[in-house]
Design a protein around this ligand. Sequence first.
Ligand SMILES: [Zn+2]
Length: 381
Amino acid sequence: MNESLTQISVKKINNNKVYACIYREKAISKNMLVNKLNMSLSTVEKNLKALTDAGMIYADGYFESTGGRKAKIYAICQNYRYSIGIAILSNCILISALNLYGDSIANLDVNINFEDTKAYYDNLQTKVIEFISINNLDQDKILGIGIALPMVLNLKTNQVIFSKILVGDSNNIVNNLKVCFKNYQLSFYHDSIAAAFYEHWINKVNTAAVLLLNDHLGGALIINGQVQLGDNYSAGLLEHMQLHHRPTSSCYCGSKGCSECYCAANVIKEKSKTDIDNFFLQMDRNTHYQKIWQTYLQDLALIIKNINRLIDGKIILSGTIAYYIKDNDLNTLLKYINDTNVFYIDRNRIISGSAGAYTQSYGAAICQIKTFLDSFDNELI
Ligand SMILES: [Zn+2]
């Protein structure tokens, strides 16, 4: 190989190692980098200068002195790049921007019913442009836009495999969204898969089932630290597992008695005839709501018991309803799970998601960040 090319690639490898190490440690000194990376001081210094000049890292004060001169703290510029995530729901749009640590910079929810019309796509495009502008997100720093949809789709070809929630020709919807954001690097995700990417990023779980407790129920599996897509992108559709024997409730998928019929947030809304916020706000004073909630928890317990027979891992309660689940609810849920369960599930096996309704827009955004970080070290995340 040409010697100069070798030198360039060694330089690049060292640069990537220094950046990845600073990212991983969050705050690190020059000497700590030398020790951790087993690199010479001059190589570390050269790379620190190059990364600082590129605007990728910055000196963030000094460590406390341990006797000698105080050491400078280096950290990555979290806003060197951003990622945008959009979740398209039947009754609203969620837009989020995340920085390189996956922290939320800004969120917006727009209450608008989905329509496969030019007016809808124009409105969506305007909202996203306004969102980027109002939050001063530099266009050149946007890695891309990830879009979470209530559709099972092929992540490589974007071909839709199953879609019943958004009204319209599903492949046409995807194509219209592509036109809408043609100036961006674009990715599409099934919303539950996007939620699982986010929960995995946050919780670093090896084996887990993610239950996305939104208006519609969603499910996804994480096994060996990987979100499972299956051979046909249809793995982990826990919402369409039949929950009860001789069911009467019909699911939008065409089947009867799916988990969706019992643990979608829409079920709570329909039974209580109020919205989710008000339902939980009034719960303490309303015995009818309390009864609805206990039935919900019993059905959720049944789903969890069934899933755990398959995966023997963590259960991540994610999405809108997860935001309202308190400690005493988790204790009740565990009681329902363990009352007739020989395979005991303890409290630390249940994780409550913290991003609420935004989990899916965060998840759609996180994949672009992961791809960016993978270019430095594919084991960084
Ligand atoms: Zn179903």
